[in-house]
Design a protein around this ligand. Structure first.
Ligand SMILES: Cc1ncc(COP(=O)(O)OP(=O)(O)O)c(N)n1
Ligand SMILES: Cc1ncsc1CCOP(=O)(O)O
Ligand SMILES: [Mg+2]
Length: 223
């Protein structure tokens, strides 16, 4: 039986390194969050690396104080060097096997699988810790290549042990079908950081909804 999903928080593509740590602390205090993915997309090359280093130094202790795993997007080398708990790689990033070699056997490695059963089975077979499907809804955060259907989550969660992450345009108001379909984690950017009542309110609201859905379907909390 599938269990209650957890929130997989992803940072905005650009953060203010001075203000973000405080906002993050308040957000993580508002309810259960499984992990935070640091996804800085608005700088390139050495500027991006330096922004990532600065951000990880400030964010890592906050995540760990809240029992939240810190996952770095795209860059296994920096993830290993900076003591992140894992890395997320897409189909055009470092291939899974190379990412695993770099971060080691104990780190989390997640793989983007778009809307593809084939890519997901390949990633799971190779040893990925989770597979990510999306985008489930229109999103302003990224020009998503594919649209995934809820049935994909249901198929995966009924057949496979490796957890699945749903991503793309997810909000408190639209996420219930993903929860009912068996998503293990919901990965969210705008639905938290741009929530009209603020990110802490969003985290609390997602958790209330997960609890309600779990109760309604008799699913057990993961934590
Ligand atoms: C949890 C999660 N799922 C999918 C993605 C997208 O990764 P990718 O396709 O490599 O695109 P970018 O995020 O690098 O723009 C993700 N980051 N996290
Ligand atoms: C990184 C990524 N990959 C597919 S959609 C997406 C963006 C998710 O952001 P949002 O939750 O704001 O739609
Ligand atoms: Mg990527």
């Amino acid at each position: 039986m599938t269990i209650r999903p957890r929130l997989y928080l992803v940072t905005p593509p650009e953060i203010d390194p001075a203000a973000f740590p405080d906002l993050l602390s308040r957000t993580l205090e508002a309810g259960d969050v499984a992990c935070l993915q640091l996804r800085l997309k608005n700088a390139d090359g050495p500027a991006e690396d330096s922004a990532i280093r600065k951000a990880v130094e400030r964010i890592r202790p906050i995540c760990h104080n809240h029992d939240v795993a810190l996952i770095l997007n795209d860059n296994p080398t920096l993830a290993a060097e900076l003591g992140c708990d894992g890395v997320h790689v897409g189909q055009e990033d470092t291939p899974y096997a190379e990412a695993r070699r770099i971060v080691g056997p104990d780190a989390i490695v997640g793989v983007t699988c778009h809307d593809s059963r084939h890519l997901a089975m390949l990633a799971a077979e190779q040893g990925a810790d989770y597979v990510a499907f999306g985008a489930f809804f229109p999103t302003g955060t990224k020009q998503a290549k594919t649209r995934a259907e809820v049935e994909l989550l249901q198929w995966w969660s009924e057949l496979m042990e490796v957890p699945c992450v749903a991503i793309g345009g997810i909000t408190v108001d639209n996420c219930r079908p993903l929860v009912e379909a068996g998503a293990d984690f919901l990965a969210v950017v705008g639905g938290v950081w741009n929530h009209p009542d603020g990110p802490a309110a969003a985290v609390a609201a997602f958790n209330r909804l997960f609890d309600e859905a779990a109760e309604a379907t008799g699913k057990k909390p993961r934590r």
